[in-house]
Design a protein around this ligand. Structure first.
Ligand code: FES
Length: 88
């Protein structure tokens, strides 16, 4: 599974480095190191669309996350989907 975090200037100001640290912690917590490719991207052209959070793309789907929402998004979009794949 691919996760791309926006490190453009607008997302940086909204806390992308803290989100990156949290994603790394969640990957470790859920032992997903071998299943996730994490990379950074320049502006994803979302910051003009009224998103209040940091832009993140998970398997080509874009989300806007904050420190308060990243855990829920990660569990729902990454952990649950990967565990669903495992049981197939
Ligand atoms: S800087 Fe992140 S979407 Fe523009």
């Amino acid at each position: 599974m691919e996760i791309v975090l926006c490190v453009g200037s607008s997302c940086h100001l909204k806390g992308s480095s803290a989100i990156l640290n949290r994603i790394n912690a969640l990957i470790t917590e859920y032992h997903l190191g071998g299943k996730i490719i994490l990379s950074g991207s320049f502006c994803m052209d979302q910051c003009t669309k009224g998103n209040s959070g940091v832009c993140i793309k998970i398997d080509k789907q874009i989300f806007s996350v904050t420190a308060a929402t990243i855990d829920d998004v990660f569990r729902r979009e990454v952990v649950q989907k990967l565990s669903g794949e495992d049981s197939v």
